[in-house]
Design a protein around this ligand. Structure first.
Ligand code: NAP
Length: 299
């Protein structure tokens, strides 16, 4: 249980509601900032403006998945008010106060460093990334179905990258009967791709591997689907780029060649916000329990 903890939840999207639900179930005391337009309330949680928060009592701060904007602004779909988190706010918190976000940016790193508070990027954790790959794959299937007039079954599908998302994507497309080729650069990835029954190739040979591609799914956050590669693809190829912004595709060149290329960020929050929120809520509650035990051990 988290009954001793005072936690501030800042803004976000529908995923944050599941986080709130999980933490209140665990008995935590919550302050909700950026939720004034949310109709229903949660037992154990009070809505506040940022100016009303007593930062000196906070044990944890949970930010939206993206952390903050480039100038500290907090995105929220539950309020029209402007909310900006600064290092002055963080400095008012107790030294043990820990900040959680999905990802980070230069601004957030800066105020965390200035205040000396701990910070966890949830999306850097393997467990979160692997659980999150499930709704990501479902969103990818949705996009491919919506943007093609042929079945995934028997399609020539190329998956680029064999990390947490790439592996799940390859498996799901193969299960639907696609002929799945996977491009990677590490020998152990090539071996695992082969062991799992997909066709492996080294990324050095990407140019010749895309000549008959119907669907190309990129998970590599690096410019990999360059104009040189796109020029070798059939014009009906659909490119879905899952890699974090700006993706790994030359979108301008794809458009020029008449090839549909779509950057598809944040699919879990779009196709399954409830599941995506539960993934975050479960991990946060585990991390906070460990934090509480450690703190009691030191006291
Ligand atoms: P990951 O486990 O780190 O996998 C990344 C893959 O890219 C690995 O196979 C890695 O190979 C490869 N790679 C990285 N840099 C490379 C380079 N310069 N050249 C060749 N290969 C390279 O990451 P993930 O969890 O699968 O996530 C992949 C991307 O999808 C990330 O950008 C993530 O933010 C994004 N994502 C998007 C969504 C969405 O909704 N669109 C959802 C979840 C994640 P090596 O091991 O050889 O480095």
């Amino acid at each position: 249980m988290l009954t001793d903890l005072q936690i501030a939840i800042f803004g976000g999207d529908a995923r944050q509601l599941e986080v709130i639900r999980k933490l209140t179930e665990q008995g935590a005391n919550l302050v909700l900032v950026g939720f004034d337009q949310l109709d229903h309330g949660f037992t154990g949680a009070s809505k506040m403006d940022i100016g009303e928060v007593d930062f000196s009592r906070l044990d944890c701060i949970v930010l939206p998945v993206n952390g903050t904007g480039p100038n500290g602004e907090i995105d929220t779909i539950f309020s029209n008010k402007s909310i900006v988190l600064t290092s002055a706010h963080l400095k008012k918190t107790p030294k043990h106060c820990h900040v959680y976000s999905g990802i980070t940016n230069a601004y957030l790193n800066g105020i965390i460093a200035e205040s000396g508070r701990g910070h966890t990027q949830l999306f850097e954790r393997d467990d979160v990334a692997i659980y999150n790959s499930i709704p990501t794959v479902e969103g990818t299937l949705m996009m491919v179905i919506q943007n093609t007039d042929t079945t995934i079954h028997k399609s020539n599908t190329v998956v680029l990258g064999f990390g947490r998302v790439g592996m799940s994507v390859a498996r799901a497309f193969a299960a639907l009967g696609a002929k799945v080729k996977v491009g990677a650069r590490k020998p152990e990835h090539i071996a695992r791709i082969s062991e799992m029954g997909f066709i492996p190739f080294h990324l050095d040979h990407l140019k010749k591997e895309v000549i008959d591609t119907d669907v190309c799914i990129n998970t590599i956050p690096f410019q990999i689907v360059t104009s040189d590669i796109i020029s070798k693809m059939p014009t009906h190829t659909l490119i879905i780029d899952l890699a974090s912004k700006p993706g790994g595709t030359d979108f301008k060149y794809a458009e020029k060649r008449g090839i549909k290329a779509l950057l598809a960020p944040g699919l879990p929050g779009i196709v399954a916000p409830k599941t995506a929120g539960q993934i975050l809520g479960n991990v946060l509650s585990q991390l906070m329990q460990v934090e509480m035990v450690n703190r009691k051990g030191k006291a």
